[in-house]
Ligand binder design. Structure first.
Ligand SMILES: N[C@@H](CCC(=O)N[C@@H](CS)C(=O)NCC(=O)O)C(=O)O
Length: 236
């Protein structure tokens, strides 16, 4: 039975980390809300359910009788089923930990353009966004990406935990792609400090299923409704 992915139909957003794992695994899935307007309505309705395991927000995944939300939890589930995670409990926990750290970073990326309120427009928080982004570029990107760079150095640098890719590697690919989109000026200068992470990005981009996905119309282009947004004022 095909997996059903529920996520906003016009953005990469957090759904993209799940899409990348499904695509890399060659899994059969339906991106439900992208198929029709009825798909979006179904997604909204499922989040209002009083029973079962309804999600607070998308993405969530339906797999037979299981409905699981929270990006990192979805990936924990898919990683075990599609050989995108280690076999041991300690290994799975480690990759889950890495994914949760990536999720923390994704939230901070989001907060660069929405530092005051999620439900307010960017235009209503432009000044704060500028300040927040300056701190993000100076302190937070080097701290987070420096952490992953160190892990790659320590592990021999093929993938995060050795010679086999996990879903966390796919997510780091997306982080580099997203930062390049949102902060092109900054990344041009900063990238030389994270050579192993850039090599990892390139390695993931070359994986046959990922390359095919990126070239397909299933990959939604970056845009200013997603997590990674290109606003000139926030880049330097
Ligand atoms: N921690 C959750 C966050 C989910 C989330 O914030 N989803 C966004 C879209 S990327 C959303 O639709 N949020 C609605 C809201 O927060 O009201 C995850 O990683 O999946």
């Amino acid at each position: 039975m095909a997996y059903e992915l529920y996520y906003w139909p016009t953005i990469q957003g957090r759904g993209e980390y799940v899409r990348l794992a499904l695509e890399d695994a060659g899994a059969d899935y339906v991106d439900v809300a992208r198929r029709s307007k009825a798909g979006v309505s179904a997604m909204m309705k499922m989040m209002q359910a009083k029973t079962g395991t309804p999600s607070f927000a998308p993405p969530f995944l339906v797999s037979g009788k299981i409905t699981v939300g929270q990006t990192a939890a979805i990936l924990l589930y898919l990683g075990g089923r599609h050989d995108l995670a280690p076999k041991t409990e300690a290994g799975r926990l480690w990759v889950h930990q890495l994914q949760l750290t990536i999720a923390d970073f994704v939230q901070e990326v989001h907060d660069t353009h929405h530092p005051i309120g999620v439900s307010l427009y960017y235009d209503d928080q432009k000044n704060a966004a500028k300040k927040r982004s300056a701190e993000f570029r100076k302190e937070r990107v080097p701290k987070f990406l420096g952490y992953f760079e160190r892990l790659l150095e320590g592990g021999g640098a093929t993938y995060l935990i050795g010679r086999k890719a996990t879903y966390a590697d796919l997510s780091l690919f997306q982080i580099v792609e997203g930062l390049r989109y949102a902060f092109p000026k900054y990344m041009k200068k900063y990238e030389r400090q994270i050579p192993n992470l850039i090599a990892l990005h390139d390695r993931v981009a070359d994986r046959p299923n990922i390359a095919a996905y990126l070239a397909s119309d299933r990959r939604i282009p970056f845009n200013e409704d997603g997590i990674f947004r290109r606003y000139k004022a926030l880049d330097k």
